[in-house]
Design a protein around this ligand. Sequence first.
Ligand SMILES: Nc1nc2c(ncn2[C@@H]2O[C@H](COP(=O)(O)OP(=O)(O)OP(=O)(O)O)[C@@H](O)[C@H]2O)c(=O)[nH]1
Ligand SMILES: [Mg+2]
Length: 232
Amino acid sequence: MEPVIERISVKTNVLNANQQTALANRELFHKEGLLVMNLMSAPGAGKTTLLEATICALQGKLRVAVIEGDLQTDLDAQRIEALGVRAFQITTGTVCHLDARMISRALESFPISDLDLLVIENVGNLICPSSFDLGESLRVVVCSVAEGPEKPKKYPVMFNKADLVLINKVDLAEPSGADLQELMNNVAEVSPNATILALSARTGEGMPPWINWLQYAVDSHASSSRMLNVSL
Ligand SMILES: Nc1nc2c(ncn2[C@@H]2O[C@H](COP(=O)(O)OP(=O)(O)OP(=O)(O)O)[C@@H](O)[C@H]2O)c(=O)[nH]1
Ligand SMILES: [Mg+2]
């Protein structure tokens, strides 16, 4: 029994240490009046494609930057920079999620004072990223119809902490025979507090409600941060 107890306490310590840094990150983001979104999904669900389409839709409306998390390569950061948006790539090596310290270190050389929105694209993984608070204000989970309708039920932790679940690749629902309604029902069951939107980052179908939701989130966060900073 003893080794089991040791393993539990090591995990608790790691999460507690992460929480301290996440709180410091959150305080900094609040001071800057900056909305920070933690964008998570299984590998390949379409996070970077969604960001590319979102950046294009927000051009001239919001000042956005992106921190990318991947095990290897800066390919995703290159895709974002190709659109003229500042991006910082974190490569985690063998680690399957970003943590608050990685974000804090990135911020030492990545300026955020002139931004409205910072998106952190987490490592593609439906499990580990959900346990690590980064100091974000919003958790957005992308789930593609191609993954099959049962994924939310099998990986509920990721979904039940989400503020928004985006069902992506709806253009593939018909050709792949995927049951979009069943997927949406399963998301609603495990994400009772989340807004659920369906779209295709590739074709643009369903993008306007997502862009409106994001714009509203940034605007209301900016005004509540202003009030908080005035009262401090
Ligand atoms: N048909 C279709 N393909 C899509 C859509 N969104 C993304 N894709 C494709 O899905 C593949 C993976 O997309 P990415 O945006 O790289 O996915 P990701 O979640 O960023 O992947 P990781 O960062 O590796 O976890 C690419 O071939 C995209 O073109 C969509 O809405 N419809
Ligand atoms: Mg990506």
